[in-house]
Design a binder for this molecule. Structure first.
Ligand code: GDP
Length: 365
């Protein structure tokens, strides 16, 4: 069980968990209404993006998020034009439970990066929930300094769709941001569910933010997530919390020793930091930069990217197939009856699936 808001003054405060998204950004199509997507051609969008025009980048992202077929077609064309100019960045996934200090950490690290000449895009997978009408990105002003920084671009993904949908869009948004010249991409997600696995499959480096003394269970961090981490950073190592953070660091280091060696040969590091006091931030980045250098040298960086590309191909096929199946008139006609029969126990799930697939394949012949 997650202990919530133990003490509002405590540095270990853990906010209430956030529900995972239910379906993908239905607002996007509405947002584009007045802007006449036909106004620009795919080529004009791509040119605008490549020249670093943020307004055009934002509009193209909204097209990607739109569910309207005509917007999607345009978004696909823009993507194709931007792809050859993408890839030249380091993609870092940052996860941790609500309240661990992700936005404070991203702001501190982000400012360090932009002041040292980097261009940073922060893509936040926003697990806003329809039921609570809440959005962790909307309930407070996050990353104020970065938001005003001309070298940073922050884009929450208002999500209201399947996690898979959100992840797919985020992968495409990464491509556009890279084509727009951002050399560092952060993908932020809330460490409460499966979103980590989705994010892991699109980044080069995966950083897990933790709190000291809160226990893995309390933080809802599953062992699998720790196994994916290239770094574990214990935040809020300030004030009375420094000793506890150091102790946690030792414990996590020991825990990581028990995990099987990584394919890359990289030994995940454990560090403490204070995002609020901006302590330990630069050192963390140095290690991430070192990871990039080493993994590029031994070829793992390129290998991981290649494998991710293949994965995206299969995901895209699967998604297209599912859509085609669901929208098939013959399937649609038969589905209610078959569903009822399965529910009433008059037809096995296997036979039902077989019948529907047969109808589908016959109809597309
Ligand atoms: P997020 O929900 O993970 O994005 O967390 P936030 O960045 O919004 O931080 C949650 C709370 O923790 C805020 O009140 C922050 O001021 C506080 N916080 C963040 N980083 C630190 C830190 O390094 N030390 C302390 N003491 N508090 C912090």
């Amino acid at each position: 069980m997650q202990k919530e808001n133990r003490d509002n003054k405590s540095a270990l405060k853990v906010n209430k968990g956030i529900e995972q998204p239910a379906s993908f950004n239905p607002q996007a199509a509405k947002m584009l209404k007045g802007t006449k997507p036909g106004l620009l051609t795919a080529k004009e969008y791509a040119e605008g993006i490549k020249s670093g025009n943020r307004t055009i980048l934002s509009k193209a992202i909204t097209l990607i998020e739109s569910s309207l077929p005509k917007h999607q077609k345009l978004a696909d064309d823009i993507m194709e034009l931007c792809l050859p100019f993408s890839g030249n960045s380091i993609r870092v996934g940052i996860t941790g439970v609500p309240g661990v200090g992700k936005s404070t950490f991203i702001e501190a690290l982000g400012k360090h990066l932009t002041t040292s000449g980097h261009k940073l895009a922060v893509l936040a997978i926003d697990p806003s929930s329809k039921r609570t009408k809440g959005s962790i990105l909307g309930d407070k002003t996050r990353m104020e300094e970065l938001a005003a920084d001309p070298d940073a671009f922050i884009r929450p993904s208002p999500s209201a769709g399947s996690l898979g949908g959100v992840a797919k869009k985020t992968k495409e948004i990464i491509i556009l941001c890279e084509a727009a010249g951002f050399d560092t991409i952060f993908v932020e997600t809330v460490g409460v569910g499966q979103s980590e696995t989705a994010v892991y499959s699109m980044v080069d480096f995966f950083l897990l933010l933790m709190l000291a003394g809160a226990g893995d269970e309390l933080q809802g961090i599953k062992r699998g997530i720790m196994e994916m981490a290239d770094a574990i950073v214990i935040n809020k190592a300030d004030g009375d919390n420094v000793a506890k953070a150091e102790l946690a660091k030792r414990e996590y280091k020991n825990a990581l020793h028990l995990f099987p060696p990584t394919e890359s040969g990289w030994i995940p590091f454990v560090d403490t930091c204070s995002a609020r006091e901006k302590n330990g931030i630069e050192e963390i980045w140095e290690k991430i930069a070192n990871y990039e250098t080493r993994m590029k040298k031994n070829g793992y960086f390129q290998k991981r990217r290649r494998e991710q590309k293949l994965k995206i191909m299969f995901e895209t096929i699967q998604e297209s197939f599912q859509n085609s199946f669901k929208n098939n008139p013959s399937v649609k006609k038969l589905l209610p009856k078959v569903e009822r029969m399965v529910l009433d126990g008059n037809l096995s799930s296997y036979k039902a699936a077989k019948q529907l697939l047969e109808v589908y394949f016959k109809s597309i012949k």
